[in-house]
Design a protein around this ligand. Sequence first.
Ligand code: ATP
Length: 236
Amino acid sequence: MAMLEVKDLEVYYGMIQAIKGISFEVNKGEVIALIGANGAGKTTTLHTITGLLSPKKGSVMFEGKDITKIPAHKIVSMGMAHVPEGRRVFADLSVYENLKLGAYTRKDKENLNKDLESIYERFPRLAERKNQSAGTLSGGEQQMLAMGRALMSKPSIILMDEPSMGLSPILVNEIFDIIESISKSGTTVLLVEQNAKKALSIADRAYVLETGKIVTSGKASELLENDSIKKAYLGE
Ligand code: ATP
């Protein structure tokens, strides 16, 4: 059984159909990339999985349970964390306070300090800036904070929306290294990216979305060699 199974999903904004019947799955331990151009429907797909949008048709199964109609906060407590596009950190709160908020759905509060320490180990820059207000962090640091906050909920799967957006090439590499290390430490990853090259370089498999439909899918290593993918998404 797949950890996450999206089946025949159709999502509308009013009369406009943004997602036109997509199906895909994510197995435990995988890094899956969802790639596609602006407006292809990547964010809409993530928001439907995490319960922020409801589909008109189709279903989302997570660890064997139908979560299609379950509200977003409950889905978080089931072990699915979302790192939203544009980070969305709480600008007026400190790094520490933002991280603590990430754990609000958890019942095992006694391990919080230990987990905070492990987040600070993974992101030394956040440790150095514990008491700084999040709004004054750089874009890369805010991305790290958004990831750290998501990890504080101890997710079994983490969904990331455009983590490389607006970052310099060096920081993009750093963020992708962190995603790989999150995966190696046992968290399953669903990654939405416009930076197809980087996403495919760390993913196991990928799905290519075009105007609300999956047009191609396969092993990331094979998609990197695929001529039409190269032309359309890898700038080659
Ligand atoms: P991007 O990389 O630019 O975020 P995306 O692949 O994530 O693109 P979506 O944001 O999911 O794409 O958008 C899919 C389609 O749905 C687009 O045509 C977009 O204009 C439309 N759309 C998104 N949000 C809304 C909204 N709130 N109301 C109406 N249409 C919307």
